[in-house]
Design a protein around this ligand. Sequence first.
Ligand SMILES: Cc1cc2nc3c(=O)[nH]c(=O)nc-3n(C[C@H](O)[C@H](O)[C@H](O)COP(=O)(O)OP(=O)(O)OC[C@H]3O[C@@H](n4cnc5c(N)ncnc54)[C@H](O)[C@@H]3O)c2cc1C
Ligand code: FES
Length: 350
Amino acid sequence: MVRLRVLSRLASAFTTPFSPQDFLRLVDPLSSARQLRALVTAVEPETADSVTIRFRPGKGWNPHEAGQWARIGVEIDGVRHWRSYSLSTGAGQDPAITVTAMGTVSTALVRNTKVGDVLFLAPPEGDFVLPEHPRPLLMLTAGSGLTPVMSMIRTLVPRRPDADVVLVHSSPCPEEALFAEELAELADQFPGFRLVQWFTGERGRRLDLTTTSDLDAACPDWRDRAAYACGPADFLDAAEALWDREEGELRVERFSPVLLPGAGGEGGRVTFERSDQEVEADGSTTLLEAGEAAGVVMPSGCRMGICRSCLVPLRAGQVRDLRTGEVHGEPGELVQTCISAAAGPVNLDI
Ligand SMILES: Cc1cc2nc3c(=O)[nH]c(=O)nc-3n(C[C@H](O)[C@H](O)[C@H](O)COP(=O)(O)OP(=O)(O)OC[C@H]3O[C@@H](n4cnc5c(N)ncnc54)[C@H](O)[C@@H]3O)c2cc1C
Ligand code: FES
């Protein structure tokens, strides 16, 4: 810090009219009073479509708890996009994200990230974390849903001799299973960790959570364990319904919001007033998606109604909350654009 303050004073003496921060950024790309940044220190392929990106965050980062996620900002064609990614390393280890290429941002991260790149980010968040007191655990994951659970396994299994964890992970085939080698080694080394890899290709079907028979076979004492689940929406919906019926304890991490089936209505014309853009949006397209498609620089974060980074003032019209179907809107009201759609003509102050 002392070094930075001295540099800052020297920079002030020589750099007017540029701010000292502008020049310090050349010396230290992580230096920014306004925006937390991170330097990419390694990019490691995991499968054909996913990589682990390790990074060193600048000032303002808090160490993550196992299972938490962070918002990551990436510049694509001059526009900064924000998405959330679980931190896949164990608590207390240098942070990393493991990204599977899927759409705009994830594909850019997987295909283009290089060591030395600077990412924008926000401090870790989330309450999908390990229980406070040790308990037998069942982890149910599918696809990239393994990432927060991997952080928990890396935190718990090698450090706690009393750990008792069963992981049932579903993926199409061994080549597409994240962290497969490391998980197999952990299962060999630590008797308190049992791994069930469910390869849908080999078994000819998905893990069925609509009845208890697959779980009874994979983990006979599953009812006695605190359960954690992360994966695609239908996988989690089935797990929640099963645990509701069995009155068990289940924590779920979702990567996308739960929308009410058929919540979308007729939609309408959306005006992005200060950006001078207008677009016709159907009743199931979020205002965030509609704005981004029209080229408006929309604020966003989790994109699932949690973080409130996407709030935009409403000037006129009404919006529909796609999670509940509720229609609301008063002039000046802050609208969560990631879970709201137009309910008739809408005018937004952005
Ligand atoms: C708390 C949290 C943690 C997350 N952790 C991870 C992680 O560790 N690794 C990771 O790869 N992604 C993770 N995601 C998902 C990530 O934030 C992005 O949504 C994902 O990378 C797609 O963004 P995109 O810009 O590439 O796709 P977009 O261009 O924004 O969207 C493409 C389409 O894919 C859909 N989609 C988004 N995510 C999924 C998914 N997981 N499965 C199926 N369809 C999906 C979207 O609804 C959309 O229709 C997490 C999301 C949240 C909210
Ligand atoms: S982007 Fe997080 S609440 Fe909308």
